[in-house]
Design a protein around this ligand. Structure first.
Ligand code: SF4
Ligand code: SF4
Length: 435
């Protein structure tokens, strides 16, 4: 039975369901999720049909909005087979309220995607996220199968099948210690060779406990696969410089879109990590266990079993509300006084495990990288936000930059209005030929 809606229940949220739990056909070296198998010893790692129905019904009942995201992730969700998702679609239809629309998404490693999968995704308007870490050598550094074999060819085959069928695809690139040193190589590969127009760059931060384990998020050191903060700042800045000169409006880089959103003062940037609070991205395990977030699938963040308590009650619980508020309420003073806090908000709490320069705990490990990036993009962000506020398109920034920089000498004041010499400010953008 549906319980009475708690007054503080969120009207909508973005739940990631993991029908295979941590089970995957690959074994990417940096994958934080593979270790989660340890929480379910002897588990089946397959969501039962009974749980599938309970999940879809509760998800729909919990939403007050017309649009409901039904998002599948892993592990590797295609291991469930297509029929599982056909049943999920039928159940969504069964419980759909009048006027309700579904946004179907799946994050996959792409290796098992064939014509049948792609036709299915197309028929049902799925948005499919596929993980690619760059061109062959960079992708194969860490994205390997259980036998340690490279996966680039299998992933690209999956991507091409999706593209052949006209499926909406976005690419997720995990930025690690190796590929992060090659920003233009990665970006141009994704844009020009993979032919993708939607990109997510996710920094790999593998936090290690004193015994070297990464199962629980403790400890203050990271693995040698983890990106360095300075690498992240440079990667994002270099890609941004190319994007802002030629790709605004045609290539969507999630970090840049979210940054524009925060420069515009929007209530939500579209990326939880850059919002002031969080807590609207719970994760559902194959057993029915609901956790506060995909990045906090560990016992301390278990909200409960949706077989015992309705999802809406778990989402409205004080435990989850506090989880979301803590993102804002536990910021160290260093962040509170930071000039780019409105854009960063201390990023994700999972990465806050280093001391600030004055010794306060809880600073984001990636802080120097984000700070550098937000400072670097500030002039163009200001310009794009100004355009959008005046009802114009952000993409006009490209023509403005071209014109603005055409005849400027190094010693002139920079046209962006920073007050600095052009040579010390935007001259680098003009000099760089992105073609
Ligand atoms: S903990 Fe991090 S990933 Fe999870 S919802 Fe909050 S900001 Fe997002
Ligand atoms: S850039 Fe650093 S100091 Fe500023 S809000 Fe982000 S994590 Fe905090």
């Amino acid at each position: 039975m549906t319980p009475q809606r708690p007054p503080n229940a969120p009207p909508a949220f973005h739940l990631l369901a993991k029908p295979t739990g941590a089970a995957c056909n690959l074994e990417c070296a940096y994958c934080f999720f593979l270790d989660k198998e340890a929480f379910y010893p002897g588990g089946t790692f397959r969501m039962s049909d009974a749980l599938l129905e309970r999940y879809i019904r509760q998800l729909i009942e919990a939403h007050q909005t017309d649009e409901v995201a039904i998002a599948w992730q892993g592990g590797e969700p295609t291991l469930m087979g297509i029929d599982f998702y056909r049943r999920a679609l039928a159940l969504a239809e069964k419980y759909r309220r009048p006027g309700m629309r579904f946004l179907h998404t799946m994050q996959t490693n792409g290796t098992l995607v064939d014509d049948e999968w792609a036709a299915f995704f197309k028929e049902h308007d799925f948005l499919v996220g596929i993980s690619i870490d760059g061109p062959r050598a960079l992708h194969d550094t860490y994205r390997v199968d259980k036998g340690g074999k490279p996966t680039f060819d299998r992933v690209m085959r999956g991507l091409r099948v999706l593209q052949k069928h006209g499926v909406d695809v976005n690419v997720l690139t995990a930025l690690n210690r190796v590929n992060a040193d090659h920003p233009l190589e990665v970006y141009r590969f994704l844009r020009d060779e993979a032919g993708t127009t939607w990109m997510q760059f996710i920094p790999v931060v593998e936090r290690l406990a004193a015994d070297g384990s990464r199962l629980l998020q403790t400890g203050t050191t990271v693995s040698d696969r983890s990106i360095l903060p300075e690498q992240l700042g440079r990667f994002l800045s270099v890609v941004f410089d190319e994007w802002v000169r030629r790709d605004v409006g045609s290539i969507f880089v999630q970090t840049f879109e979210a940054t524009v959103g925060n420069w515009l003062g929007m209530a939500s940037s579209g990326m939880c990590v850059f919002n002031e609070t969080c807590g609207l991205g719970p994760a559902l395990e194959h057993t029915g266990d609901l956790y506060s977030c995909d990045h906090f699938v560990e016992p301390a963040y278990l909200l409960g079993d949706i077989g015992e308590r309705h999802m809406i009650e778990l989402m409205a619980s004080e435990q989850q509300a506090k989880f979301g508020r803590d993102k804002r309420d536990t910021l160290p003073r260093y962040c509170l006084e930071c000039d780019v806090r409105f854009a960063c908000h201390g990023e994700c709490p999972k990465n806050r495990f280093v001391p600030t320069p004055d010794g306060e705990p809880g600073l984001n490990y990636l802080c120097p990288g984000f700070k550098q990036f937000f400072h670097h993009v500030a002039p163009e962000m200001q310009l794009m936000a100004g355009l959008v506020r005046r009802g114009r398109e952000a993409r006009e920034v490209m023509a403005i930059l071209d014109r603005a920089f055409a005849d400027v000498n190094d010693d002139d004041p920079c046209p962006c209005g920073s007050g600095r010499r052009f040579a010390d400010c935007h001259a680098g953008r003009r000099a760089r030929d992105p073609s």
